[in-house]
Design a protein around this ligand. Sequence first.
Ligand SMILES: Cc1cc2nc3c(=O)[nH]c(=O)nc-3n(C[C@H](O)[C@H](O)[C@H](O)COP(=O)(O)OP(=O)(O)OC[C@H]3O[C@@H](n4cnc5c(N)ncnc54)[C@H](O)[C@@H]3O)c2cc1C
Length: 516
Amino acid sequence: MSWIPAILLLVNLVPLGSHRATASPPLSAAGSRSLLRAVASDGPAADYAVELNATNFDAALGGTPATYAVVEFFAHWCPACRNYKPQYEKVARLFNGPDAVHPGIVLMTRVDCALKINNKLCDKFSVSHYPMLFWGPPSKFVATGWEPKQEKSELRVIDDGRTAERLLNWINKQTGSSYGLDDEKFENEHLTSNISDPEQIARAVYDVEEATATAFDIILEHKINSGNRASLIQFLQLLVVHHPSRRCRQGSAEVLVNFDQFYPLDMLTLDRREVSSGDDQTAFHNFQICGKEVPRGYWMFCRGSKNDTRGFSCGLWVLLHSLSVRIEDGESQFAFRATCDFIHNFFICEECRQHFYAMCSSVSTPFKTTRDFALWLWSTHNKVNERLMKAEASLGTGDPKFPKIIWPPKQLCASCHRSDSRRNDGSINIDWDQDEVFKFLKQYYGKTLVSLYQKKDVIQKDIANGALEDSAASTSAVVVPIGAALAIAVASCAFGALACYWRSRQKNRKPRRSWN
Ligand SMILES: Cc1cc2nc3c(=O)[nH]c(=O)nc-3n(C[C@H](O)[C@H](O)[C@H](O)COP(=O)(O)OP(=O)(O)OC[C@H]3O[C@@H](n4cnc5c(N)ncnc54)[C@H](O)[C@@H]3O)c2cc1C
């Protein structure tokens, strides 16, 4: 079935001649909207594959959560490339953008070598014909180029991707998957719930960013009032110092420093639609607390197998646990209160906030150590799990691939379980070794959670641009008491690109219009 286009494309492969450096206008740098989100949001004509150029290539490939990338080098004048585009797009639909069927696995990109701006980039990959496709870990495209006959390169030329079917087969072979071109979102899930693999949590760092950005979108949209401003400020103070993602820390600092502009007192009496249409407020309204790439519109570790399961609430739990193991002993009571108040005021799930607040209210002795707070949060989460286990079993509302469990299971932390026994009603009674649980939580939500970002050593270079995360820095940030958060916020802003942007806005700002 697919051999005719295959042959057409084969004979149309164009050897690279002297056409590369045409005088086409250079692509503009990435706009203010996310490159990665833009792909599927601009109506039916938008491409799924992300078009990159020399100015955004490193940032897009260095910053993607995807495990693999495909880069197609092409030339816009090349007929074979034009013929190939629909084939490439069929595959890109599966992997790219917020509506991707299988998000966060492969980032599908293309680079137009006929644009002058991309000459050096195409040379770096020894592009010899169009279209020429490469495969590899995204960070390797940033760190290295490619040369013919190069040994031991993690980048590979895709030699059998001339039709959508062949390209997907090739990808399936590399990833050990069985993706199909007709796969539809939430119908052909290849999710594996490998609960015994502690490394899986590393992917959740992207979800923590996603949840943070989503929470702040919700807050900007609906929830701020004179009664809960203080609660938001306190939670932001926690995030500025202890959020596992550097760019979320920077964004939180920015919100704190400009809090009155983000949430002006006179805004509280306003209709939000009026606010969002105001010139001055538009920038604040569009502010993305974890940087312009977030939210991406999909979940990694927290991805459910159904449209309405997991996602935000899972990401929020991971954020809370990651904060709980990062705080200092002396901050534990503050962190507890900030967390309880934040959920109570801003988590738009009535049942959840009520239950959670009831559990907060039942705590009578102030927390004195990180261990106290982290273990309280862990056991509170388990109480929610226990309740939902029963509810989901009777209502069938849970995610079949991710049933609720009392956590961590033995497969994940054997030493946490002293002994397990069954109660009369069939439920499991676990005698926990709480020292081991705390040790495990610290490792899991501390170091392992941020390990992916640490491994992306190349991307560390982008930190200066405010583009990406660290985390070693976060560990050292733990020693800063919360009282210094505001000072850190100011210092952090001085170095953040985002801060510069905002500060220049402040300088140029016209007197704010009165909303009354
Ligand atoms: C504060 C809060 C209160 C909530 N209350 C309710 C409620 O009352 N009713 C309701 O229907 N839903 C509630 N939810 C949502 C619910 O808890 C789940 O988040 C949702 O059902 C999605 O479940 P999940 O399978 O993704 O796992 P989640 O329960 O969201 O857990 C996310 C991840 O955390 C890890 N984890 C699981 N248990 C623990 C633990 N004890 N300690 C540390 N890590 C753990 C696991 O890796 C899991 O995949 C609440 C959510 C939050 C954030």
